[in-house]
Design a protein. Sequence first.
Length: 62
Amino acid sequence: MSTGEESCPLCGGENHCGVAKGEKECWCMTVRFPEKLLDAVQTEQRTCICPTCLDTYKKEQG
């Protein structure tokens, strides 16, 4: 499990955040997150939700 900015705020797993790794962009900048999924994250946390949680949410809603 990752810690800090590299952890998904929902599952605690690796979020693959490019910005946390020192890159200028992140994968999350090219996708749309449903409001309900974003609402599940505490507002003070500014870390990426991981691709797995995003995919799981979309499949469950879909």
